[in-house]
Design a protein around this ligand. Structure first.
Ligand code: GDD
Ligand code: MG
Length: 368
C-alpha cells in the first residue's frame, strides 16, 4: 500500500525551530519527527511512501534518504512553489496508484489505518477521512457525518460565529481513489484539499471513519512540547516509549552523565551534567549537551550541542542546536531559542519568547 505525505508547508508556527530545519525532520525525542509517521505507516503495511516537499526539501532528503533506515521505500516530489494540499496531491499524480493514503506530515498519532482501510472497502467510498474527537475543533477541519458514515459537511477552520456542534475533526489521514484527482484543475494550480476538494465531494462518495487513539498536530511550540512529554510518558505508542520503559524511564548514555536525573528523561551520548545540576523529568538532551553547576532543566528539549551556564533555570522551553546560554538565566513559558543563539548572563525569557537562529544577546539584555 502506498502513502503520500504532505510535507511542503513552511511550518511558520514552529519558528524558529523550523527556520533552519524543515518541520518533517525537526528532531522529536530521539529521531526526526517523520520517523514516527514512517514507523506507524509500516506497522499498517504501508511501505511505499512519497514525500511531497517544497520548503527546505533538500534538508528532508539529506536526513531521510531513500527510506532504507526506516524500512520503507521513500520517493520525493518537489513542488516548484507551494501548490496547497490539493495541488500537491495532483502534482504527485503520476506516481500514485489506484488507491492510496494521503497524510498531513505534522501529526503524531497511532490511530488504526488498517481499520480505516477496511471501512473504506466496505462502504465503497471514493474518499475516507479519519476523524478524531477534540475538545476545541475550531482550529481544524470540522466534519459532520450521517449515521452510515457518509460526510454531510466539511468545514475548514470555522469562523467564530459558526458554532461547531460536533467535536469530530479531520485527522489529516485520508484514503483516496485515484479518480478523485480527475476532476481537479491541472497539475500546477494552487488547490486546498480541505477548502476546494472535500466540500465538493460531500454527497459524492466522501466518508468519515471515527478513529480512536492518540492524535496530536505538532505544529506549535506548545504542542511540540506536549508531543515530547507524551512520547516520554508512553501516552502514544512508539519505539522510543518501548526503550524508555525497558530502561526504567531513564535512557542514559553508557557511563552516565553526572548530576541528578529525574525520570522520564532521554539523554543522548556525549552529554555532561555537573554534579550539583538537576535534569528532568520530561527532558530530552541531544548529543553533547553540557549543563553547568547549580543549573536546573525540566519539561524541556535541548537539542544537540547546547551549553547551559551555572545556576540557569530552564523549564517548558525548546533550545535549538548549539545554542549557548550564560549564567543565572531563566527560560520558561514555552520559549523557543533558535539554532546557535548565544544568550549572555542574567537574561529572563518567558511567555512565548522566540529568539531567531544565530542571534546574540548580551548580559542582562532581556527581562521578557
Ligand atoms: N506539499 C505541500 N504543499 N504540502 C503542504 C502545503 C503545500 O502547499 N501546504 C501545507 N502542506 C502540508 C503541511 O506541511 C502539513 O504537513 C499539512 O500539509 C497540513 O498543513 P498545515 O498547515 O499543518 O494545516 P493545519 O494543521 O492548519 O490544518 C490541516 O490539518 C488539520 C489536522 O492537523 C487541515 O487538514 C485540517 O483540516 C486538519 O484538521
Ligand atoms: Mg498542521
Amino acid at each position: 500500500m502506498q502513502a503520500l505525505i504532505l510535507a511542503g508547508g513552511e511550518g511558520t508556527r514552529l519558528r524558529p525551530l523550523t527556520s533552519t530545519v524543515p518541520k518533517p525532520v525537526v528532531p522529536l525525542v530521539d529521531q526526526p519527527f517523520i520517523g514516527y509517521m514512517l514507523d506507524w505507516l509500516r506497522g499498517h503495511g504501508i511501505d511505499d511512501v512519497i514525500m511531497s516537499c517544497g520548503f527546505l526539501a533538500d534538508g528532508v532528503r539529506a536526513v531521510l534518504g531513500d527510506g532504507s533506515g526506516f524500512s520503507v521505500r521513500l520517493r520525493y516530489v518537489e513542488e516548484p512553489r507551494p501548490l496547497g494540499t490539493g495541488g500537491a496531491v495532483k502534482f504527485a499524480e503520476s506516481l500514485l496508484d489506484e488507491r492510496f493514503f494521503v497524510l498531513n506530515g505534522d501529526v503524531l498519532t497511532d490511530i488504526d489505518l488498517t481499520a480505516q482501510l477496511a471501512e473504506h472497502e466496505r462502504t465503497g467510498a471514493r474518499a475516507t477521512l479519519a476523524l478524531i474527537a477534540v475538545e476545541d475543533p475550531s482550529a481544524y477541519g470540522l466534519v459532520r457525518r450521517c449515521d452510515d458514515g457518509r460526510v454531510s459537511e466539511f468545514l475548514e477552520k470555522p469562523g467564530p460565529d459558526e458554532v461547531p456542534d460536533t467535536s469530530l475533526i479531520n485527522a489529516g489521514a485520508y484514503i483516496l481513489e485515484r479518480d478523485v484527482l480527475t476532476g481537479l484543475a491541472r497539475a500546477g494550480s494552487n488547490i486546498s484539499i480541505e477548502r476546494d476538494v472535500f466540500p465538493k465531494l460531500v454527497g459524492h462518495g466522501l466518508y468519515g471513519h471515527e478513529a480512536n487513539g492518540y492524535w496530536l498536530d505538532i505544529g506549535t511550540p506548545s504542542r511540540y512540547l506536549q508531543a515530547t512529554y507524551d512520547i516520554l510518558e508512553g501516552k502514544v505508542t512508539t519505539r522510543v516509549g518501548e526503550r524508555l520503559n525497558a530502561a526504567g524511564m531513564r535512557v542514559l548514555p553508557p557511563g552516565g552523565v553526572g548530576g541528578r536525573i529525574a525520570a522520564p528523561a532521554l539523554i543522548a551520548d556525549g552529554c555532561a551534567v555537573a554534579a550539583n545540576a538537576s535534569v528532568g523529568g520530561r527532558v530530552v538532551l541531544g548529543r553533547g549537551v553540557q549543563i553547568a553547576g547549580g543549573a536546573t532543566v525540566a519539561d524541556s528539549v535541548l537539542l544537540d550541542g547546547v551549553k547551559v551556564g551555572p545556576r540557569t533555570h530552564i523549564r517548558s522551553a525548546i533550545i535549538g542546536a548549539n545554542a549557548t546560554i550564560g549564567a543565572r538565566c531563566t527560560i520558561d513559558g514555552h520559549a523557543v531559542l533558535g539554532e546557535g543563539v548565544c544568550l549572555g548572563d542574567d537574561n529572563v525569557l518567558t511567555a512565548g519568547a522566540r529568539i531567531f537562529p544565530g542571534v546574540s544577546l548580551p548580559d542582562g539584555a532581556i527581562r521578557f
